[in-house]
Design a binder for this molecule. Structure first.
Ligand SMILES: Cc1ncc(COP(=O)(O)O)c(C=O)c1O
Length: 404
């Protein structure tokens, strides 16, 4: 059955708004997806009629809220195919999930140990590990990225040594869109007893995530990139890791017993969720996960058709540099530059024509430096985008190229 994009678009009222001279053409879903009406409706209902704190009240509204919050955890467990619901920890998003790991693993590291990341990482998967290195004396190592051939599993393998304690890597590049061979990377980590942390921020609308198949120790993502609200995300933390990863925050809700002398913690997931959680966000994310799961391959096929047609056109233009790297699968990202033109200028002009893209370094400054470019123009497609939007983008690029 082919994907019905016109029907799907009806769930995203933001697509009806105008931007400058025309109806908004939203090509920035890699930064944030639009919000699905079923999600916003559910969050509104919670806020209007169901508000009460979870895990504490002696009244029925609180019990109902707790049930819905825990139901969302079960939905997310199914979304990533975790073995246990206690392996699903709600966070504010990808950045918090990585900070959680980099803080919680501190006792596991000592001076001289190595933490391995790749050259493709988002700043969120660089800076927290740098801070951990400053605190412990561990050393941050980076798997190189070849600007001609792309990422190589062989180089990753070569960078793993007997000193490597943690490897943290991106699932899909947010700058160029290609998938990394995460299953093989995790397998290489396992052979050496290295803790693996996967940044799945860009994977959530591209493939069915299966943490048991990937076999990673931790995996993180954000709700706002999968039709859900801001300020909610997930850290999947394998049960076997829960002894050695300390709670990122402490306080109410995460305790078993508190005295002025000492405190014992509750079991996971409570021990990892101090304070009042983002209840509405979690419930909204639960709804989004249920919407996304059954249609994820159809969405990907639709997005990939658009991506391929855009790439075919852009690669025929000698005035452009296109950054397209091999990978088993791709998100809807297409990154390019008009020769001798700053990406921000192109982004600003596209915006004047009502086309929203991202232009700049995409929070991957070291990668851009390695590529010797200031950044790129990044079109990031989602399942609500259409062939006619791609045609409008290409016509507008013709005008912009003429202008320069
Ligand atoms: C690959 C990747 N990692 C991490 C992040 C950070 O996500 P958040 O800002 O939702 O914490 C992003 C966001 O763009 C991303 O694309």
């Amino acid at each position: 059955m082919s994907f019905n994009v016109e029907n799907f678009r009806k769930n995203f009222p933001q697509l009806e708004r105008t931007a400058g001279p025309r109806k908004l053409i939203y090509l920035d879903s890699g930064a944030s997806s639009l919000k699905h009406s079923a999600v916003t409706d559910r969050v509104n209902t919670f806020n209007r009629f169901e508000t009460a704190n979870v895990h504490r009240g002696a009244h029925q509204v609180s019990s109902q809220g707790t049930e819905n919050y825990e139901m969302a955890r079960n939905q997310l467990q199914r979304f990533v195919n975790a073995r246990l619901s206690s392996e699903v920890i709600f966070t504010r998003g990808t950045t918090e999930g990585i900070n959680f790991m980099a803080t919680g693993l501190e006792p596991q590291l000592k001076a001289g140990d190595e933490i391995l990341i790749t050259a493709l990482e988002h700043h969120s998967n660089i800076v927290p590990w740098q801070v951990l290195c400053q605190k412990t004396g561990a050393v941050l190592k980076v798997v190189p990225f070849d600007a001609e051939r792309g990422f190589s599993l062989e180089s990753f393998d070569k960078c793993l040594t007997e000193k490597t304690k943690v490897a943290a890597f991106i699932f899909y590049s947010n700058s160029f869109g290609q998938r990394l061979p995460v299953e093989s990377m995790v397998e290489k980590c396992r052979k050496r007893g290295v803790i693996s942390v996967v940044d799945a921020a860009q994977a959530v609308l591209t493939e069915k995530i299966d943490v048991q198949k990937i076999n990673c120790d931790a995996l993180v993502f954000s709700g706002h990139k999968m039709f859900a609200p801001y300020g909610i995300g997930v850290l999947y933390l394998k049960e076997s890791m829960q002894e050695c990863v300390l709670p990122y925050q402490t306080g109410g809700s995460m305790i078993d017993r508190v005295s002025f002398k000492e405190t014992s913690y509750a079991d996971a997931p409570q021990k990892y969720e101090a304070g009042t959680p983002n209840i509405a966000g979690a419930i909204g994310l639960g709804v989004a996960s249920q919407l996304v799961s059954p249609i994820i391959d159809d969405m990907h096929d639709h997005v990939d058709r658009l991506r391929q047609s855009l790439i075919a056109n852009l690669s025929s233009r000698s005035s452009l540099d296109l950054y397209d790297f091999p990978g088993e699968r791709h998100t809807g990202v297409v990154s390019f530059n008009i020769k001798d033109t700053h990406p921000s200028d192109v982004g600003t002009l596209l915006d004047k024509y009502g086309i929203a893209v991202r232009a700049g370094h995409h929070c991957t400054q070291p990668l851009m430096e390695l590529m010797k470019i200031p950044g790129t123009v990044r079109v990031s497609l989602a399942a609500y985008n259409t062939e006619s939007e791609i045609s409008s983008l290409l016509e507008t690029l013709d005008k912009i190229e003429e202008f320069f």
